[in-house]
Design a protein around this ligand. Structure first.
Ligand SMILES: Cc1cc2nc3c(=O)[nH]c(=O)nc-3n(C[C@H](O)[C@H](O)[C@H](O)COP(=O)(O)OP(=O)(O)OC[C@H]3O[C@@H](n4cnc5c(N)ncnc54)[C@H](O)[C@@H]3O)c2cc1C
Ligand SMILES: O=P(O)(O)OC[C@H](O)CO
Ligand code: FES
Length: 524
């Protein structure tokens, strides 16, 4: 029986897992996808917000500012690309003239440091490509940009290295609070009433169990593991004393199985255009427009890897899987972005994508113990600024759980994790030394992003290692370049086949059901 089970391996679940790993508690994370960071955490604006957007007194306001403050230390410990590039909210003649003052006052109340309102000239000096229509701007020096994949994976890998188990390809179908011994408990317990616990069930024919700290672990689960029961049809059940609901868009479905305090989460789609690195220097700061009831509006921002990002739209839709882009949405972006930034080189678009905000009807994060279900902790309704707030959400939930269980701090928690070697960040001498040590670092697999075979091997053979093309991409950037994997995909597939002893038709893009080839069509 685990002390704590967390449903969801997005940035929220992984941040909570890492904080819980600081305590003497047995913890697992259960994720329906094949990897961490497959939900909203992988498709967003990647901004670490300063914290002036949310209403004073809200959880969003408090945790955004605290998360922002914690980010430098976390990025250093977990080796996450993060840059405080600062942000501007620009005002044009069409906007309500009070908008910047309102945001400024809100920021002051939330405790955001260094906010300043700039006139037209100062704003343009800071960002020469601002549109002619911009007449003033709110400057926030603590705004930042981050790699959301590395943030989520760094938290997860570090949690794993410190004792947290992960289950992948494990969609939870039902959760139940049980207050009697179940048949799966040991016979010693049969004659007395056990403390209530959560019974978490699902069907996972290809469940992948990653016990803590396991590098190179095989894909087979351990049927003998006392915390997990797996039947021949792939049904699994996991027992835990406490349950954390960090299931993103599906957190309402998990909560509503247990609590009469219903949640309702609407997917609010945000579409983006991502431009090539040749356009990455078009702006330096993150350029926001005036916010609306639907969100912070369309931004133009550099990414930590040197691309330019334009988006998102904000459309409420019915489909929790509706991550498609639309012609209408993408045209809206081009038209709207030009109100704040001039001459955006849209010819340099290399891809478009969409993410879904988990918008809860109440409008704020839903965090902490659920009033009518002892042992259930919600981390639900985590829309923006969820990425920025993740370090603070992790601390808040873990502290609440540790206090409730009177859990002791572990003395051997190691806060440090290193990401896959980034050859691009090395000088020539270091690069040559690395290649001399291991020639695989000299074999370039992804030309656009200069990713070597050595880096891909590292991505596969590390705790919570990559098992698919997209998982390799998130860890190394192989496939994220200008050709969008046209050249490097077959090569990465070959490496996955070889290293994981997979038949070619078992290599997937993003887990079971996304196999890339279906067989041979010609003998060579
Ligand atoms: C368009 C857009 C732009 C954004 N921009 C920013 C930004 O710039 N800055 C910022 O701070 N925030 C931003 N956000 C918000 C931020 O991305 C989210 O708040 C954050 O990623 C939410 O993380 P999460 O872990 O709660 O959810 P997710 O990342 O969605 O993780 C939930 C996980 O639960 C899993 N799951 C669901 N149901 C089950 C089940 N039944 N069984 C097992 N697993 C399950 C899912 O597969 C998923 O992996 C943005 C969001 C969007 C959509
Ligand atoms: O549109 P929002 O308010 O959900 O914010 C999304 C990002 O944080 C900024 O683009
Ligand atoms: S070669 Fe990998 S993205 Fe182009």
């Amino acid at each position: 029986m685990y002390d704590v089970a967390i449903i969801g391996a997005g940035v929220t679940g992984c941040a909570i897992a890492r904080e819980l790993a600081k305590y003497r508690l047995s913890t697992c994370v259960i994720e329906r996808e094949e990897d961490v960071c497959c939900g909203t955490s992988k498709a967003n604006s990647a901004i670490i917000h300063a914290g002036y957007d949310a209403h004073p007194g809200s959880l969003k306001a408090k945790l955004n500012v605290e998360g922002n403050r914690l980010m430098d230390g976390l990025a250093q410990d977990l080796d996450i690309p993060f840059r405080r590039n600062g942000s501007l909210v620009v005002m044009t003649r069409d906007n309500d003239p009070d908008v910047l003052h309102r945001l400024y006052e809100q920021g002051q109340a939330n405790g955001v440091p260094g906010l300043r309102i700039l006139d037209q000239e100062e704003a343009r000096q800071m960002e020469p490509k601002l549109s002619e229509d911009v007449i003033a701007a709110l400057y926030a020096p603590t705004g930042g940009i981050i790699c959301p994949f590395e943030l989520t994976m760094g938290l997860a890998e570090n949690a794993s290295a410190n004792g947290v188990d992960f289950f992948f390809n494990a969609p939870v179908a039902s959760v139940e609070r049980v207050s009697f011994p179940s048949s799966s408990q040991s016979s010693q317990n049969e004659n007395h009433i056990a403390a209530p616990f959560f019974l978490i069930k699902g069907k996972a024919p290809s469940l992948r169990f990653e016990p803590s700290g396991s590098a190179n672990s095989s894909n087979s689960q351990t049927a003998s593991d006392p915390d997990l029961r797996l039947d021949s049809d792939g049904s699994f059940s996991i027992h835990a004393r406490l349950l954390v609901n960090a299931a993103g868009l599906y957190a309402d479905l998990i909560n509503n199985q247990l609590s009469s305090r219903r949640l309702h989460i609407v997917p609010r789609r945000g579409q983006y255009q991502l431009l090539d690195k040749s356009a990455g220097g078009h702006v330096d700061k993150t350029i926001f427009q005036a916010p609306s009831k639907m969100g912070k509006g369309v931004l133009v921002a550099p990414t930590v890897h040197g691309n330019l990002l334009v988006g998102p739209t904000a459309e409420d839709i019915d489909n929790k899987e509706g991550v498609n882009t639309t012609g209408e949405g993408l045209s809206y972006l081009a038209e709207t972005a030009s109100r704040s930034v001039a001459e955006i080189p849209f010819r340099e678009v290399i891809t478009s994508f969409a993410g879904l905000r988990a918008h809860e009807d109440g409008g704020d994060f839903v965090l902490g113990p659920c009033e009518d279900v002892p042992g259930l902790y919600n981390a639900s309704g985590i829309e923006s600024p969820g990425l920025s707030s993740a370090p603070a959400i992790g601390r808040m939930i873990a502290d609440q759980i540790a206090e409730a269980c009177k859990a002791q701090i572990k003395s051997d928690f190691c806060p440090v994790r290193r990401r896959v070697t980034d050859m691009g960040q090395m000088d020539l001498a270091d690069r040559n030394m690395k290649i001399a040590e291991n020639p695989a670092y000299g074999r370039i697999i992804c030309r656009c992003e200069s990713v070597s075979e050595g880096q891909i091997l590292e991505a596969i053979h590390r705790p919570l290692g990559a098992r698919s093309l997209d998982a390799v991409k998130r860890r190394t950037r192989a496939g994220m370049g200008r050709c969008q994997a046209g050249f490097c995909s077959p090569k990465v597939m070959e490496i996955l086949e070889r290293e994981l002893a997979l038949a070619p038709d078992r290599v997937t893009k993003h887990g079971p059901g996304s196999e890339i080839v279906c067989g041979e069509n010609k003998k060579i």
